[in-house]
Design a binder for this molecule. Structure first.
Ligand SMILES: Nc1ncnc2c1ncn2[C@@H]1O[C@H](COP(=O)(O)OP(=O)(O)OP(=O)(O)O)[C@@H](O)[C@H]1O
Ligand SMILES: [Mg+2]
Length: 263
């Protein structure tokens, strides 16, 4: 039965800012062009000795592509993902998401864009401890539009069932296993039907078997939803199964051919 018990509906979702409600400038209908376009992207962290981490990157990501970002620790992978996700501003260059140049947008429009167009998955799940599995998964909808509609609850419940969490809908995060929390975080990232999912080492905290399962799940969701995925990983075996591999080294980006190996 797909009907979700009413007790699972978020009772105290945070109030959505006026400019993030449905119909605001953050709506993400799809531009028809690349989902991500990065042009001459540079990032320097200020300090006594300023550190230029990214020296000018150029690449695009098309709808439905699953792209692995690899590179040594400290090479700038998270820096790049944070710039694409509008969590940080570049020193120079442009990030264009669904045809919208982030450098021309104010903080409110960026927040709305993040909510509607982009799903985030991090190494640490960042689930809200006082909210159930289902409430957490619905959170982008609750924040963006206020109380979720019954069809949202139904759709997200189906997604949670799809990833094996049908029996865990009303469970608080502390009662979920690491893999279950991360699966919840993946559904949360996809619950608003984003065009782009940014995942920063989402399997970095999991054992190798759970890590493979979570990766397969993201790959399946990528094929089903046609959302573009940008995934940072230190695991070469996982990167080998991506459509494309982008390697960051010495502040520059090179493209590598995935081998497709699964073991
Ligand atoms: N807010 C910051 N201020 C100053 N330097 C920073 C800041 N964030 C990151 N750095 C530096 O920028 C470089 C790139 O960091 P980043 O977190 O992007 O690396 P990474 O490739 O994600 O590494 P890891 O694989 O360890 O997560 C590092 O040398 C880091 O110390
Ligand atoms: Mg990192």
């Amino acid at each position: 039965m797909d009907r979700c018990p009413e007790t699972h509906v978020p009772p105290r979702a945070p109030e959505a800012p006026q400019n993030q409600r449905a119909g605001a400038s953050g709506s993400c209908a799809g531009s028809g062009g690349p989902v991500v376009r990065v042009i001459g992207l540079r990032k320097t962290y200020p300090g006594v000795r300023p550190l230029e981490v990214l020296h000018g990157l150029d690449f695009t990501v098309e709808a439905g592509e699953f792209v692995a970002i690899v590179g040594q620790s400290g090479s700038g992978k998270s820096t790049l993902l944070n710039l694409i996700g509008a969590l940080d501003r570049p020193t120079a260059g442009q990030v264009i998401i669904e045809g919208r140049d982030l450098s021309t947008m104010g903080d409110n429009d960026l927040a709305a864009l993040r909510n509607c167009c982009i799903g985030f998955v991090f190494q640490f799940h960042h689930l809200l401890e006082d909210f159930t599995c289902l409430e957490n998964a619905l959170m982008p909808i609750s924040i963006g539009r206020g109380e979720p509609e019954p069809e949202d609850v139904l759709r997200v419940t189906k997604m949670l069932r799809r990833v094996g969490l049908g029996e865990r809908l009303g469970q608080l995060p502390r009662r979920l296993s690491g893999g279950e929390r991360q699966r919840t975080a993946i559904v949360r990232a996809l619950s608003n039907s984003p065009r782009l999912v940014l995942a920063d080492e989402p399997t970095g905290n999991l054992d190798s078997r759970t890590s493979r399962e979570v990766f397969s799940l993201m790959r399946e969701m990528n094929r089903e939803t046609k959302a573009a995925f940008l995934l940072i990983t230190h695991d070469d075996r996982l990167a080998a199964q991506a459509d494309r591999i982008l390697r960051i080294a010495d502040g520059y980006l090179t493209e590598e051919q995935p081998t497709g190996e699964t073991s």
